[in-house]
Design a protein around this ligand. Sequence first.
Ligand SMILES: Nc1nc2c(c(=O)[nH]1)N[C@H]1C(S)=C(S)[C@@H](COP(=O)(O)OP(=O)(O)OC[C@H]3O[C@@H](n4cnc5c(=O)[nH]c(N)nc54)[C@H](O)[C@@H]3O)O[C@H]1N2
Ligand SMILES: Nc1nc2c(c(=O)[nH]1)N[C@H]1C(S)=C(S)[C@@H](COP(=O)(O)OP(=O)(O)OC[C@H]3O[C@@H](n4cnc5c(=O)[nH]c(N)nc54)[C@H](O)[C@@H]3O)O[C@H]1N2
Ligand code: SF4
Ligand SMILES: [Mo]
Length: 595
Amino acid sequence: MIQTACPLDCFDACSIVCDPSRPKKLVAGNANPYTNGVLCAHLNKHIHETKRVEKPVVNGKEVSMEEALDAVAKALQKEWLLWRGSGNLGIMQLVTNLLASKTAGVLTHGTLCDGAGNAGIEAGRGVNRLLPIEQIAKSEVVVVWGRNVTVTNAHLMPYIQDKEIIVIDPVKTKIAKMANLHLQVKPRSDFYLATILARFIIMENAEDREWLEEFASEYEEYYEFTRTFRIKAILEHIGLSLSDIGDFLLMLQNKRVVFLVGAGVQRYEIGDSTLRAIDALAALMGLFGKEGCGVSYLSNSKLGFNNPFEVKTKTEPIATTPFSKYKTVIVQGGNPAESMPCSSRVINELKQVENLIYFGLYENETSKLANIIIPAKNFLEKDDVRLSYGHQYVQKMNKVYDSDIGISEYDFTQEILKRLNLEPIESENYYIDFWLNQTIKTENRYISPNFNEIPYKEGFGEKGGEEFEFIDDFYDDFEDIKALRRFRKNRITQSEEFWLLTPKSNKTLNFQFERPKPAVYIPPNLNIESGSRVLVKSIWGSLELTAEVTDKLRNDTVLIYCGVKGVNNLTPPVSSQEGDMACYGDVKVTIEKLD
Ligand SMILES: Nc1nc2c(c(=O)[nH]1)N[C@H]1C(S)=C(S)[C@@H](COP(=O)(O)OP(=O)(O)OC[C@H]3O[C@@H](n4cnc5c(=O)[nH]c(N)nc54)[C@H](O)[C@@H]3O)O[C@H]1N2
Ligand SMILES: Nc1nc2c(c(=O)[nH]1)N[C@H]1C(S)=C(S)[C@@H](COP(=O)(O)OP(=O)(O)OC[C@H]3O[C@@H](n4cnc5c(=O)[nH]c(N)nc54)[C@H](O)[C@@H]3O)O[C@H]1N2
Ligand code: SF4
Ligand SMILES: [Mo]
């Protein structure tokens, strides 16, 4: 049996074993303790069923890999751009950074995923450390804050299901239904909610003064900051009552509390401030550095590692990449034509690229625009290392079988360098060992070098010893009024607008494999029946979908799952205030019945 790990972008980073004579049968492995015998359908079904791109293509003609690589090398002689998605989270995906730095390659900065929240965490704590699942398991109360655990983080469920659960989510998700308390907040209002909760904590003298004096001594200034927000106006804005706030605080009193924060709360321009406010609340309650307490978010998996793929090149922002500035663009492991915000802008930009090179596993909306297609090897056909943003285990991904299809990212890099008469990079094993040798090895497992059983126990910053920094400044220009004005200017005259949420769907993974059914979920107050065709419109574009009425939504919110074809026609081409993150949530839409 050969050991590997799931490469997909997911909190769980499952361990896998596979018998090379039965490569379609992937079985849960033991290289991390959380996989616990279960792999999900993405692996056992979708990976095998989704049709691969098998043959290299240049200008519409199938060619040999040699010819295709010649064409790529030729196209890389002038300044070019590498846009990398997160289709495979194996660390060897980053090897192409070396190709960029040795040629005139430009990379991207920022993320489509978790960057705003990460920036907020780093501003307050210095570094974004993992809260180990062992600590989550020791808590008494779990606040699930914009993380759809049963869908995106299912392997965590056994560790939390018997606890007191509070869910803060605009959607009545499965976990919200199971919870002891569900605060069905207005989208994009968590900064205000956390700030007002912090204010109440201090008003009621419930702050952990002893811990604060040692680790976050500026808490009184922070209290003054929270006092600049008016309680009544904010409660109205976020759609909660004083008794909701009271219930929430009562449940947390004198308990070991964990906040499980997801990417959902920070897909907004103000996403960094939201995480800073949530962290500030946790700090006031003294939740850092103690057993069974803390704030869990998508952690920085590379923390503590020296990264041999870190290079200095020019970069472009990933959420608003100006593709058309470049004659040659390589898209690796992603589908920007669908996954980036404001698809009409993206597609228009991609169409102007003379040499659009798609390097991936499956045909998708981006490969259809490309004039060079390089099939990649899948994770079973190459060696790699898997770090994780959800747990501390590092996993070796061993090649399970040889295949004639495609080329690995490592071989791609070497082949292009050879064609450009440039020095080769080190061997593949050199890099794999470079990562593994930095880990802590125990009982046949590898643990991340940055791992702290109880994070921030010795304080904040990279080495500990520093204080927590409270947020002291907040700026937000996305007001309902402003959005309305923009609507008017674009002569969209429907009276009612709804927040658009685009969270992850149960049976699909981002924009690869099978996609969610083309539906928009709407609340009953719209008086549109399920099955009706509707036009969903924002100032950025529109999309025709089938309506599905649900009682899971607030009256001011509609939902289209991430992955629905065309969902990003509707989303804005803007980056967050910090972290250069795509702001999928900063948009309002109208719903127009078509038949
Ligand atoms: N099945 C499945 N699993 C996945 C993925 C997938 O596509 N499918 N994708 C993977 C990837 S790339 C990522 S980044 C992770 C992300 O996983 P999660 O962190 O769970 O992110 P989302 O699904 O975007 O949003 C989580 C929740 O946030 C809520 N939410 C939205 N806006 C707000 C808000 O303003 N406030 C609050 N409080 N809640 C809000 C949504 O309703 C949703 O229930 O999941 C990974 N796992
Ligand atoms: N509206 C909306 N849009 C979103 C989101 C949202 O919540 N709402 N979420 C955002 C988030 S969190 C994320 S992470 C992004 C994801 O968006 P992208 O990073 O663009 O990822 P995918 O669209 O899933 O594309 C994955 C592609 O990677 C390729 N691939 C898979 N394995 C390999 C490999 O080993 N090698 C190579 N070379 N290619 C491979 C496959 O061909 C597949 O088509 O989407 C973002 N887009
Ligand atoms: S739960 Fe996540 S990590 Fe585990 S097999 Fe499924 S997609 Fe992969
Ligand atoms: Mo993501």
